[in-house]
Design a protein around this ligand. Structure first.
Ligand SMILES: Cc1ncc(COP(=O)(O)O)c(C=O)c1O
Length: 415
């Protein structure tokens, strides 16, 4: 057995999670209320996710309580299916899409299959743009937890010119949980907001919720969610959304902030430098004299698994500590004390990819995580893109799509 053994091994090692999903190996939240026997299907009494009239309609009504004036739909195929659905839901209403800043690959996948024109712009450019005929797709917050303070203004600007705002809030399902966290775009009146409940809240992987303001947009979203999402939804995931939502409603941040402070202080005492950001549940770690990749590897070896590593540092998604949680904070602090640091062997091998220069990408190249494309299919490889790919590959960052390009053009070269 391959995967099963690997998962068992991680459990045996008492792997410590500083990554998504937010239940942190079932130590946060109350998913222990669920049992394998709850993996049911749409039998009598369990409703129909794509045409809800009973218990799932009630679940959606519960979720829509997150902010007055929104419809909600629980989803089991992640924010990815929500983004695809949102693009299709509004494309008939607008002339083009405007993609703001770095966007997740699902945005580009949706735009490609919808075939609707789009432009990509920086956040600042939006102010001076006429977006009346556009649907504006904004990622809020960023993967590492930063938020643009002008978000409310921008959503207002889009709405006041009759544009449509679609907010990829994959990393912000916990926003607004208390006043000490950033506000959700739901607070700013965005038209469509899609949140991955599984990332920062204690829900099962795949759990997301789509929020829509207008009834017509909601109806259209429901049509396309039905197109893109499995017709056999996992009731375990759906129930986990309900439990995570209840967690959100009842969360008291006092213990979270005190445990967070204990952790940060203790790490600083051990020589870590901690970069805090707008989202208090995200921190980026570094250690002087050590590459972030070596730090990431050292943490892995100690059984502490991080969310992501980039040149900026190691990204951690902190647990939403709460009274009665089972998160192994003591064990974490002990492992950090005994951390064995060695310089990384990564970054030593430099591959020759110059043969890609000027060639047209046959597949988008996407460093994963974070899943933001570096070059899109159909674009030409520039020197800068090639240098970035070589650098990331040398640090063993997963690069989706690169092998297809290498295979395509390397053969050409060799023949
Ligand atoms: C910014 C962003 N948007 C969307 C997604 C897709 O979310 P999901 O994994 O829920 O499909 C991700 C996943 O990492 C993401 O980082």
């Amino acid at each position: 057995m391959y995967l099963t053994d690997k998962l068992k091994q991680l459990k045996q090692e008492n792997a410590i999670s500083m990554h998504v999903p937010g239940h942190k190996n079932m130590t946060i939240g109350s998913l222990d209320q669920l049992e394998w026997t709850h993996d049911m299907t749409e039998i009598t009494g369990l409703d129909d996710l794509h045409s809800p009239e009973g218990v799932l309609l009630k679940l959606n009504a519960f979720l829509s309580g997150k902010h007055p004036g929104y419809h909600a739909q629980a989803m089991v195929n992640g924010t990815t299916a929500g983004i695809l659905s949102a693009i299709f839901a509004v494309r008939g209403e607008i002339g083009r899409f405007v993609v703001v800043g770095d966007a997740h690959k699902s945005v580009y996948h949706g735009l490609e299959i919808a075939g609707t024109p789009f432009v990509t712009v920086a956040f600042d450019e939006l102010y001076n743009m006429d977006v009346g005929d556009s649907a504006v797709i904004i990622t809020y917050p960023s993967y590492n937890g930063t938020v643009d303070p002008r978000m409310a203004e921008i959503i207002e600007h889009v709405g006041s010119t009759d544009g449509i705002s679609i907010i990829d809030e994959a990393h912000g399902a916990h926003f607004g949980v208390t006043g000490n966290f950033p506000q959700s775009a739901l607070e700013f009146g965005a038209d469509i907001v899609i949140q991955s409940y599984h990332k920062m809240l204690p829900a099962l992987t795949g759990a997301s919720v789509a929020f829509t303001r207008e009834k017509d947009v909601h109806r259209s979203m429901m049509k396309y969610i039905d197109y893109f999402e499995t017709s056999s939804p996992s009731y375990l995931i759906l129930a986990s959304i309900e439990l995570a939502h209840q967690f959100y409603n009842e969360f008291d941040d006092e213990l979270f902030f005190s445990q967070r402070e204990t952790l940060i202080k203790s790490m600083e005492g051990r020589g870590f430098s901690i970069i805090e950001t707008d989202d208090p549940a995200k921190v980026t770690l570094n250690m002087e004299g050590l590459s972030p990749y070596a730090l990431f590897d050292a943490l892995d070896r100690a059984g502490i698994y991080s969310e992501m590593v980039t040149d900026a540092g190691v990204l951690w998604c902190l647990p939403l500590f709460h009274r009665g949680d089972r998160y192994p904070l003591e064990a974490l602090l002990e492992r950090l004390t005994n951390l064995t640091i060695t310089q990384s062997r990564r970054g030593t091998k430099s591959e020759d990819l110059d043969f890609l220069l000027g060639k047209t990408a046959v597949r988008s190249v996407v460093p994963y995580p974070p899943g933001v494309p570096l070059i899109h299919e159909g674009e030409r490889f520039t020197e800068e893109v090639i240098r970035t790919i070589i650098h990331k590959k040398s640090y063993h960052v997963k690069m989706e799509g690169i092998e297809d390009n290498i295979e395509c053009y390397k053969v050409d070269e060799d023949s």
